[in-house]
Ligand binder design. Structure first.
Ligand code: PLP
Length: 382
């Protein structure tokens, strides 16, 4: 008998667990037919803001659009430097380039994989000394479910008068210093891509801010720059609204979200204990609770990683490399990088491997993943 597959996401099991709530929410939208900015969108915005204690929430069409809208609202464009980690998903850098700004890639911490505040200081100083770009914004990424070092990042940004944007696409539900993420920066962007901790059944995202002015701008920008009436166009915006149907799905899922985070934290603890001594297990950011979007281990080298992946594949277990290349090595971004070495991002990209972690994974599944890795990586018997 072959063992059952262990996937990165089990949307069928998730639907079964969410039960009739999900279908009732969807049916309600089918009944009222307000598919664009229907009542569920406002209801979701209120609940999300309450969840993280933010003053304002604006739901948008994706995490990428959330990031872009936040930069558009600050008027960021050509000649502006936007600092961001080299080790992140492409969208973080893409939004700066789409607006004509220049992404400035910053190296990461070798243990937590989060943007390194000291490296950030050095990059800001270098951009100022070169005198070609205006330092304007910092996009700090909360990678893999863990928070970036926001107290230090915010202090550096304040000293250099940078707008701070928290790319929290992977980490909604995480906590830092006892508080949920959502208020660590001038604006916080989250994603509802299905594999994110709070995933919808399609694309979606949201912005949080403490500023009423920013929230009003975000609402305008997500609807073509509209003013107080629909056909008054105040600025260049975009079509960046969240679908009512996605809001309905997310409302059903939000009720289960705290329990899902607890389940992910439990599984991460099991992995930690089962893999101790075999591989480098993920370091915790101090004073934080991770949302565990990704459980990433470090193998000794690239060959060991290949061996681990092959063994997992043979055992019908999914694994993935987030990210095989830091962004400054991507063909689309190479030309925008000034050549500064970013050795930690490069080393981590060569050794990292993500294992399945999601609320529908069982303790036995984790044990099977660990046993498979242990067999694959153990020194040969003599
Ligand atoms: C997923 C992700 C995004 C983009 O979110 P989408 O909803 O897919 O557009 C941005 N940044 C990071 C770090 C992400 O992981």
């Amino acid at each position: 008998m072959t063992a059952h597959p262990i996937a990165f996401l089990d949307l069928k099991a998730q639907q079964a667990r969410l039960g009739p709530d999900l279908r009732a929410r969807i049916e309600a939208v089918l009944a009222h037919c307000q598919f664009i900015l229907g009542p569920e969108v406002g209801e979701l915005e209120t609940q999300l803001a309450q969840f993280c204690g933010a003053a304002h929430c604006v739901a948008v069409s994706s995490g990428t659009d959330a990031l872009q809208i936040a930069l558009m609202a600050e008027g960021i464009g050509p000649g502006d430097a936007v600092f961001l980690p080299a080790f992140t998903y492409t969208a973080t850098a893409e939004v700066a380039l789409v607006l004509g700004a220049t992404p400035v890639f910053v190296d990461i911490d070798a243990r937590t994989f989060q943007i390194d505040p000291e490296a950030l200081e050095a990059r800001i100083a270098a951009v100022k000394a070169a005198g070609k770009l205006r330092p304007r914004a910092l996009i700090g990424v909360d990678l893999f479910g863990q928070p970036a070092d926001w107290p230090r990042l915010a202090a550096i940004a304040a000293r250099h008068e940078l707008f701070t944007l928290d790319d929290c696409a992977q980490s909604f539900g995480a906590r830092l210093g006892g508080a949920p993420l959502g208020r660590a920066a001038h604006a916080t962007a989250i994603s509802f891509f299905p594999s994110k901790p709070l995933g919808g059944y399609g694309d979606g995202g949201a912005l949080f801010t403490e500023s009423a002015e920013r929230a009003a701008l975000y609402r305008s920008l997500r609807s073509h720059g509209e003013g107080t009436t629909r056909y008054e166009v105040l600025r260049t915006g975009m079509n960046g609204r969240l679908d009512t149907l996605q809001a309905a799905v997310l409302l059903a899922k939000l009720a289960h979200f705290p329990a899902e985070i607890k389940a992910r934290q439990h599984l991460a603890g099991l992995y930690d204990r089962a893999l101790a001594g075999l591989v480098e297990t993920p370091a915790r950011v101090p004073e934080s609770e991770s949302a565990w979007a990704v459980y990433a281990i470090l193998l000794a080298d690239g060959a060991k990683r290949e061996a681990a992946q092959a063994a997992l594949r043979a055992a019908n277990i999914a694994s993935a490399i987030y990210y095989p290349k830091p962004l400054h090595h991507q063909p689309a971004y190479r030309a925008h990088h000034d050549g500064t070495p970013l050795p930690v991002s490069e080393a981590v990209a060569a050794r990292i491997l993500a294992l399945p972690i999601h609320p529908d994974l069982s303790d036995d599944d984790v044990a099977r993943v660990a046993a498979t890795l242990s067999t694959a990586l153990a020194p040969p018997a003599r």
